[in-house]
Ligand binder design. Sequence first.
Ligand SMILES: [Zn+2]
Length: 290
Amino acid sequence: MNFFDIEIGEQLKSQLCSLADSNRFPHAVVINGGSVEKRQALARLLANWAVCGEKDIQNRPCGKCRHCQKASSDSHCDIIKAQGSGKTDSISVEEIRKITKSSVIKPNEADKKVYLLFEADKRMAPVAQNAFLKTLEEPPKNVMFILTCEKSGSLLSTILSRCTVFSIDGNAEQTPEILSLSKSIALSVVDVKEINLLLNLGKIADRKEAVAVLSCVSDIFRDALSLSIGSDAVTDRESAEKLSLKLTKSRLLSLIDVINSAISKIDYNIDINLLTTWLCGELRRIAWQR
Ligand SMILES: [Zn+2]
């Protein structure tokens, strides 16, 4: 993937490159943080990547083909920007319904169609976000939705659980240790023995580590969800495959919601042992209830 002159962190760059170059890019994306200009520039670049006609996928966007030229002059008919209306430029429920309706129609010129919803945290009321859930959950083939926001925490957790979040300011640190513990936690949710989940959650040392580990666990469940709707995994395919075999889509969504809600509680100086004990109970209840 060509980034031209967009300056973003190396970790995010390599994550985006590996997804784009292997053509496994998620269908619903939230770009979070940074300045307005930076996150919108990245959103436009991803949209341009999606429509570029260059055969060598690693060279997209090529900047030369007719698709790239149209994209750079903001006139590509398969890159559709949510217009918004009124004083606050808000994206209404009606506009979301229009987007949903038009998204099932094949792209006009390119192989993919991209919808850009800039500053979704400020422009989409909860009612508009709710109207968008079903479409994000099962996006039509060849469609990409890209939302940008200043703080992803301002979006409904149900929106976040259906999107892959890329943070310009850097995602939570993912060291091999964090990844391995996250994997153990995710898999022990479906383990016959409940004690294994409690023991694994007990290995989280402090609040900072809790944010990193739980974000990663949430990503693994989102990967499982992606696989179960025929999309591809982003973080850990092996674990995602195991989980998607054992958990229904609605259980996966509930698990992601409860993990995100645990992450949001960490800000309030909560006792980490109490949090992990509570989380253990919730995760097991969702995964195992009949
Ligand atoms: Zn091109």
